[in-house]
Ligand binder design. Structure first.
Ligand SMILES: [Zn+2]
Length: 304
């Protein structure tokens, strides 16, 4: 695939109550030279204006689940975010052959996930970016979930070479926190510098393999027959994102104070533990597996 980058989009407010991305994009709209690099143009977009105004995650649907090609082409889907997704498809896409080469989408989480670099493509340009940022910011965690770009429903899948979702926490919804804001700011600068250095053909000295995590499943909070939550995240698990969960380890604690243990047969790792945004679906956490991510050598690092 031609991996030269001409058009980059930085997007914030895809979830309207994640203020870090909203205010970083606003900041850069007033200081565009900060995100300007020589070899490509950088666009800034606040993607969910009504949700941002209302400081809500979404109005009708989660915008960051609306970009599957089938949904974008389905005229029956007319909710606010479904229409926003179609508008963004016209602005950044079309999905089948996007105008934008790469999307950096800014998010926050209420879970203790630190800086998580979420990417869905094994393309060396994308993996290389994650490796580059992790080298500069060793506290970052690589969160790799391979997926088919056309069928994927994240906003980052709208980029021709997909993109990078930067997810930083813990931070409450609707809040700014300078540590989270500045960490996200620095990561975006590294992402842009990486694209610039790559296009100039400068040596990036990246490792061929780095450790990371891959999503395996979502785990529901226990509920009764009426569909009401009957337990919460166990205090021993709270805040322990990316830590091992072994068979028999506590997972939940009931309203009456009884521990519910993990009954699986193999060790897993938790992420999005007690994420506030997932209570609407009564999801308590995600299970992840530890993986090694390989950076394939790129055959086309520097051509127009
Ligand atoms: Zn988000």
């Amino acid at each position: 695939m031609n991996d030269s980058i001409r058009n980059v989009a930085i997007t914030g407010g895809t979830h309207g109550n994640e203020l870090t991305g909203v205010h970083l994009v606003k900041h850069w709209l007033s200081q565009p030279e900060e995100v300007k690099r020589g070899s490509f143009s950088t666009e800034l977009h606040l993607t969910n204006p009504q949700a941002i105004k209302d400081v809500r995650r979404y109005i009708d649907q989660d915008l960051n689940r609306q970009f599957d090609i089938q949904d974008l082409r389905n005229p029956e889907l007319k909710g606010y975010e479904q229409q926003r997704a179609k508008l963004l498809d016209a602005l950044l896409g079309p999905k089948e052959n996007p105008r934008i080469d790469f999307i950096i989408d800014l998010h926050t989480t209420t879970a203790n996930m630190g800086m998580s670099l979420v990417f869905n493509s094994g393309d060396p340009l994308v993996v290389g970016m994650a490796f580059y940022i992790k080298q500069k910011m060793p506290h970052a965690t690589l969160f790799y979930e391979p997926s088919n770009r056309l069928e994927h429903n994240f906003l980052t899948s709208m980029g021709r070479l997909s993109g990078l979702l930067i997810e930083v926490g813990p931070i409450a919804q609707g809040l700014l926190n300078y540590e989270v804001y500045s960490d996200t700011h620095i990561a975006v600068m590294h992402a842009l510098d990486y694209l610039q250095q790559r296009s100039e053909g400068l040596p990036l000295n990246l490792p061929t393999q780095m450790a990371g995590y891959q999503f395996t499943k979502k785990v529901s909070l226990p509920e009764n027959t009426e569909g009401e939550i009957t337990a919460m995240i166990h205090p021993d698990l709270q805040g322990k994102d990316y830590h091992a969960i072994k068979p028999g380890d506590p997972l939940f604690i009931t309203l009456a104070g009884e521990t519910i243990a993990y009954e699986g047969e193999s060790t897993v790792y938790g992420a999005f533990i007690n994420e506030a945004a997932y209570y609407d679906q009564k999801i308590g956490l995600s299970f992840m597996k530890k993986i090694n991510i390989n950076l394939e050598s790129s055959t086309n690092t520097n051509c127009g």
